[in-house]
Design a protein around this ligand. Structure first.
Ligand SMILES: [Zn+2]
Length: 98
């Protein structure tokens, strides 16, 4: 089961994950904010993106990261958005796309 061994900030201000399979991911705060899967950002039923990327500042920052159960992290951003819960497998998917 995919789990982060370590969550850290990179010198460039990215949020880094070191996974228990030995791989690593690093995401800019804005990349994570735009990928937010919460019901305000993505329509639960159609999967349609509701978030307009132009409303997310380039300078958006991650305020807080907390684990949610054994499968996800909840991330709070300084644009006031704090409902995003990012399952680890979604983060891994995002890593492969980047
Ligand atoms: Zn959201």
């Amino acid at each position: 089961m995919l789990q982060p061994k370590k969550v850290f900030r990179t010198p460039e201000g990215k949020l880094g994950f070191e996974w228990n399979d030995g791989s690593r991911s690093a995401f800019s705060p804005r990349q994570l904010r735009l990928a937010c899967p919460c019901a305000l950002c993505v329509d639960e039923h159609t999967g349609e993106k509701l978030l307009d990327p132009s409303t997310v500042p380039e300078s958006v920052k991650v305020l807080q990261v907390q684990s949610v159960g054994r499968y996800a992290v909840g991330i709070s951003f300084d644009d006031g958005h704090r409902s995003g819960i990012y399952p680890y497998d979604k983060l891994m998917e995002l890593t492969k796309k980047a």
